[in-house]
Design a protein around this ligand. Structure first.
Ligand SMILES: [Zn+2]
Length: 448
């Protein structure tokens, strides 16, 4: 190790005193991985980030993230005033006082461009005892927070900064993981100023809203509510994470469909199934598409010994799941590793025995959502289980999703004997199921 490199795994006890006010303007690229068409897909956006710090307890970030050719993007703002952190998604929106489990991520973002501020807060509000710091010549070159993610296991949120020969930040890379999305921002300095800043930058909001619960606040708690939706077909209704899964009962085993969020949720679903059907193991686990709200808990099914049934296009994704590192908070699969069993199909796959029958159809790009997308048909119950294709309730009013007419015509073309739909998501405050006639009426409102 070079002599000038000091790697500190412990937080320094001395906190730098207040420094001169700083303004820094970065531009670069933000790579976002979220609800896209296929596993691993990322999209790149242009980022323009302007941080200002008064050298004491006030900091502000204005960040504009825009797609190619997008000239209408508006800045999102974080405003840190002492202990209070405000967020405003765009200049036309109301300020929100941040809170809940997402606040630590917001705080990291609000401070990410100012190494001196990150260094000052690393020992305290950025997570006591958690960040590891690389400090050289008294400057913070890297801050890494290792933590347990419900779906991805061990993840590292990080800020890395390089400095020019004058000790001014010249480049920064920022990596952040949210519950259902993650991103990496690489930026270079466009401008840097030291010296007094206008007070108007740090004006406290005249009014603001309280913090809204975020995905990070939605944690599996207690047992799923089990509802019989048809003979030998049950839904697991999980209000806490806004998800409805389906259990299809066969003569000597079960099939389960949709595993939201992460391992802990999949494990509680497995426990609830074992309690309700002690003699029937979960033999098959199926999911509509690779997004976290459906595949996030699949590791629990691998631990359970279930065969994961998937379109061939998602096979590599399913096979990659056991390799995820879960050392910080080991899930069941990490505690008792076992190989994954996968059964793939192209257009459809039928699971059937004397008691029940389940057909998984790869509805694919018709979903207008992901390349591989499965809907589940239960011929005996004349029922179709779907997600994101049916209906929502907004402002107390039920309406069809724009994708519903395509689903209805496809059912017609396939001559599926569907009488009723049950929906996984949106679930909270929404109808659990609709008859086909009801969905047809919603999707084709009478023209005036
Ligand atoms: Zn989705």
């Amino acid at each position: 190790m070079k002599r000038w490199l000091v790697l500190l795994l412990l937080i320094p006890t001395s906190v730098p005193a207040a420094t001169r006010p700083i303004r820094i303007h970065y531009e670069g690229t933000l790579e976002y991985e979220a609800h896209y068409r296929k596993p691993g897909e990322t999209r790149a956006y242009h980022s323009d980030a302007r941080w200002a710090w008064d050298g004491k307890d006030r900091c502000r970030l204005d960040i504009t993230v825009s797609g190619q050719g997008d000239t209408t993007a508006q800045p999102e703002t974080f405003l840190l005033l002492g202990e209070r952190l405000f967020h405003r998604p765009d200049p036309g929106s109301r300020w929100v006082l941040t809170g809940g489990a997402h606040r630590t991520l917001d705080l990291l973002q609000a401070e990410a461009g100012i190494p001196g501020l990150l260094l000052r807060d690393a020992a305290t509000r950025l997570g006591p005892g958690q960040p590891s710091l690389t400090i050289r010549h008294g400057r913070l070159e890297q801050l890494v927070i290792l933590r347990a993610h419900p779906r991805l296991g061990d993840i590292r949120d990080s800020v890395a900064t390089t400095f020019d020969r004058n000790g001014v930040p010249s480049e920064m890379t920022f990596v952040l993981h949210e519950r259902d999305a993650q991103w990496r921002m690489r930026q270079h300095r466009v401008d840097w100023r030291e010296g007094s800043l206008p007070d108007s930058l740090f004006q406290p909001p005249a009014s603001f809203d309280p913090a809204k619960p975020s995905d990070e606040d939605s944690k599996p708690q207690g047992e799923p509510a089990i509802v019989e939706v048809a003979p030998h077909v049950f839904s697991f209704d999980m209000e806490d994470i806004d998800s409805r899964s389906l259990v299809v009962e066969f003569a000597d085993h079960l099939a389960m469909i949709e595993f939201a969020v992460g391992s802990a949720n999949g494990e509680r679903m497995a426990d609830a199934a074992r309690k309700r059907w002690p003699g029937k193991p979960i033999r098959y686990a199926l999911f509509s598409h690779y997004h976290p709200h459906y595949a996030g808990g699949l590791r629990a099914m691998i631990a359970e010994g279930a065969t994961i049934v998937s379109p061939a296009g998602n096979e590599a994704f399913v096979r990659s799941l056991p390799a995820l590192p879960f050392h910080v908070e080991p899930d069941r699969l990490a505690r008792s590793p076992r190989p994954v069993s996968v059964r793939t199909f192209t257009d459809s796959l039928t699971l059937t025995d004397s008691l029940n029958s389940l057909v998984a159809y790869n509805y694919g790009a018709r979903s207008n959502h992901t390349d591989d997308f499965v809907v589940f048909y239960l011929p005996k119950a004349r029922l179709l289980f779907e997600t994101e294709l049916g209906w929502v309730t907004s402002d107390g009013k039920l309406r069809a999703i724009r994708r519903a007419p395509t689903l209805l015509s496809w059912i017609g073309e396939k001559h599926l004997d569907v009488d009723r739909f049950v929906q996984c998501w949106p679930m909270r405050g929404n109808a659990a199921s609709l008859t086909r006639a009801e969905l047809v009426a919603l999707a084709n409102p009478p023209t005036k």
